[in-house]
Design a protein around this ligand. Structure first.
Ligand SMILES: Cc1cc2nc3c(=O)[nH]c(=O)nc-3n(C[C@H](O)[C@H](O)[C@H](O)COP(=O)(O)OP(=O)(O)OC[C@H]3O[C@@H](n4cnc5c(N)ncnc54)[C@H](O)[C@@H]3O)c2cc1C
Length: 367
């Protein structure tokens, strides 16, 4: 006889894991959590490499949030190391703070502006654009042509395979502009990484008698063998509907790891390369994990058009396809869609947690 569960949850990233934990702990529901990969944690997964260095397998993941409830929730499963993220961009032979701040402008232009000086300078170079239609318009209207060319144009092309004018404004709207020397990348109220890594956090979150985990399993392979009342789906929405409205475009990424016989390779965790090389950035995880080790591992990130689906593509044509899938999803009464792949939406980790906490409230209220 097939095993009976209250909920089948597909995908063990933050979206799927948080909802599984909530349903199991708070509502005493029996949950089967199915994950295609050989581990839980989704893209936030980290592990020790052959040299014994803790690395992020799917790119650097820094937790940051302004939501008190999200922060309180994740603190139940980990202690946090207080890391504050800083990023440099390699431009014209210099390593400069990004997001652009007073130091970035003064160093690149060899000026000595104060806060008012930089405001006046940017006001003089900013392009007057009526209606903001795309990502290029956002940048030009904030910092003008020179900084657009140096920091945004080629980086965007490498990251997305198209220039900023083809992308919706949201992509560059997320990036702040600072008139002081604040060089924090995020600037949220809470920030850091789990002291013993993300994998351990997921391990503790999912350690519950009501949760059964099946790894290395595509849900379509088992769905007819498991009995369940509700499905919570956090995988790609087009795959769920057998691509009936066509495939949604995703941007992928190749990660090239290299271990070096030096204690540290670079000054900060992430150095972006907008204009040089084929990779977008080099990440050195020891900076954010705070691990002490005589050697170090770096990773170069190469964006790619095909492969594992990482980033929903922020273009109108993709949004139109997603809208059709959303229409199908809304017709289903016993299936919930949550997370960055199921909702085809760029979510940071905290937003994925928030989304699942809210979904839990909706489910709990309906019981
Ligand atoms: C390179 C990169 C860097 C990032 N850096 C940050 C950062 O610094 N800070 C931050 O807050 N966020 C960051 N993010 C975003 C973060 O990864 C997401 O917010 C988070 O992963 C969302 O969780 P999720 O559960 O929605 O998706 P995911 O973590 O992608 O989890 C979905 C899971 O579903 C599984 N799945 C898919 N299809 C199936 C199937 N058919 N059957 C079974 N399982 C399936 C997948 O294998 C995956 O494990 C980054 C993302 C990327 C790609």
């Amino acid at each position: 006889m097939a095993a009976q569960y209250d909920y089948l949850v597909v995908g063990a990233g933050f979206a799927g894991s948080v909802i599984s934990e909530r349903l199991a702990s708070e509502l005493n529901k029996k949950v089967m959590l199915v994950e295609r990969r050989p581990h839980v944690g989704g893209n936030s997964y980290d592990c020790y490499d052959d040299a014994g260095i803790l690395v992020h397998k799917y790119g650097a993941h820094i937790f940051h949030t302004n939501h008190d409830d999200v922060w309180q929730y994740v603190n139940r499963f980990a202690q946090w190391n207080g890391y504050v993220h800083r990023v440099l961009a390699y431009v014209d032979g210099l390593k400069l703070p990004i997001p652009i701040n007073l130091t970035t402008v003064n160093t690149l232009l060899r000026k000595n502006f104060d806060e008012q000086g930089i405001r006046d300078y940017l006001a003089s170079v900013r392009v007057n654009i009526g209606e903001i239609k795309n990502s290029r318009d956002v940048v030009l209207s904030q910092v003008g042509e020179f900084f657009y060319e140096k920091f945004f144009k080629n980086y965007t092309y490498k990251q997305w395979g198209v220039y900023p004018e083809a992308l919706s404004p949201e992509v560059t709207k997320r990036i702040p502009l600072r008139f002081n020397t604040d060089d924090r990348y995020f600037g949220d109220k809470y920030e850091g990484l789990p002291v013993d890594g993300f994998f351990k956090l997921f391990d503790r979150m999912l350690d519950h008698k009501n949760i059964t985990i099946a790894l290395n399993t595509d849900y379509k392979k088992i769905i007819n063998d498991v009995k369940f009342d509700y499905l919570i789906y956090t995988g790609p929405i087009d795959y769920f509907f057998d691509n009936m409205h066509g495939e949604l475009p995703y941007r992928s990424q190749r990660f090239e790891f290299e271990t070096l016989d030096v204690e540290y390779y670079q000054e900060v965790a992430v150095v972006n390369y907008p204009n040089d090389h084929l990779f977008t950035k080099i990440t050195e995880s020891k900076h954010f994990t705070k691990q002490r080790h005589p050697r170090t591992t770096i990773v170069r990130e190469f964006p790619e058009a095909t492969g594992e689906p990482y980033y929903p593509v922020p273009m109108e044509s993709a949004a139109a396809i997603y809208a059709k899938y959303k229409g199908e999803a809304d017709k289903l009464k016993t299936v919930y869609f949550a997370g960055r792949l199921a909702e085809y939406k760029y979510y940071n980790m905290d937003q994925a947690v928030k989304r699942s906490l809210e979904l839990f409230q909706t489910i709990a209220a309906s019981k």
